[in-house]
Design a protein. Structure first.
Lengths: 234, 234
């Protein structure tokens, strides 16, 4: 999927991408040479966010900003970075703009903070996980991949390599492999095949544990999976 | 709590301790100089297990074997290492033998394998976690500490330092601190304050994720928590 110049020809639309998680991922991927579209409810906000990243990375940055549904229509890889309370409504709204064959990367974490509770407590989701809720809401023929829940937005915005693994769960092995490749573009990140989408139930909850640890110990925690053979880590 | 010779005067009873997890913990703690009582339904089996560890460690090993209720009565620190399907019945049976002021360390993981399903899928427990179920079943004045869920029994039985952190959750901060000290006696292990017992819900589920990774990638996986200040790790 590279253009003749060796540059990837696959735009990634980061839906709800003006928040810290979306901006952090956009920054790291743009630096790795990927083409990024920041999506936002507000066209102008998206463009401002894109301009901020271009300012940080330089003129070679392949980044633009668009309203969310336009961003969806312009990319086959969609990265969802919005709070859980907005996930279902946004996916219903964007459904007509998501093309068959697209990949939706879901990093949503169902936290009790969505309903006025603590961010260190997960909410129970009827489908089992936010990612499985997303899978129910996307058009037919769209693959959902759960990933990137456990990366610190603060550390993504920085310059240092991250000290964190990304566990990738999906029922579509090809989509999962592509997203593991995208994860491994972030310095310090190793991507691990976490199996089926249903396993996102556990990966999402780990974020709540890490948030609790961050509050208790004042850090930006992440996880490393140890003890697997080298082939398990991309 | 050290005797004049500097040896800890606190026996740890490992209830249901003849299985791989119990034997692995016993081995590491005996090597660290702790006094261990292996508990089993069968007195003789417990003594055989203790003898096996003494053979491995040498005559200086402080280890003995007893029937579970006798082991409970002989120690103030109880470590529960039994499958989830046996947890409630065993705790009800042992209740009269557990002294007020004791600490019960619970490493139980509610896995679907308890009901004929997959070990990579957690079961929902009404109380929230196996540790919270344990807290409901112990006598008044007994503190429950959830810990050691994510250590590989195979690696505990070996000679190498482990590459795994132990997240310790309890509603009794003093008990939690003591158990973090016990965790840190295992070479390579760092103990992390995971907050209240309710957080065991997430720590227990991580084991199911790790079991899935072990099956998929053929390893003995564990977790490291990254990104916290040094004071967070014991």
């Amino acid at each position: 999927m590279s253009s003749p110049a060796g540059k990837p020809a696959r735009p990634i639309a980061i839906i709800g991408g003006t928040g810290p998680a979306g901006m952090g991922l956009a920054y790291r991927w743009v630096r790795a040479g990927e083409t990024i579209i920041i999506g936002s409810r507000d066209d102008q906000r998206a463009q401002l966010a894109a301009a901020a990243i271009e300012l940080k990375v330089g003129k070679q940055a392949n980044i633009s900003g668009m309203e969310n549904s336009a961003a969806c229509a312009a990319a086959d890889i969609l990265m969802l970075t919005i709070p859980f309370e907005g996930q279902a409504a946004l996916l219903k709204q964007l459904k007509p703009s998501i093309a068959e064959g697209s990949i939706l990367i879901d990093a949503t974490v169902p936290l009790a903070s969505s309903v006025g509770g603590r961010a260190s407590r997960p909410l129970g989701v009827w489908q089992g996980s936010a990612a499985q809720q997303a899978a129910e809401l996307v058009p037919k023929g769209v693959s959902v991949v759960a990933a990137f829940h456990n990366l610190s937005a603060e550390l993504l915005a920085g310059e240092e390599p991250l000290d964190c693994d990304v566990v990738v769960c999906s029922d579509d092995p090809d989509a999962a492999q592509l997203i593991r490749e995208l994860a491994a573009l972030i310095p310090g990140v190793r991507a691990i095949d976490g199996g089926k989408l249903e396993n996102a139930r556990i990966v999402e909850q780990i974020t709540a544990l890490l948030i609790g640890l961050n509050i208790r110990h004042k850090g930006h925690s992440g996880i490393r999976i140890t003890g697997l053979p080298p082939a398990a880590y991309r």
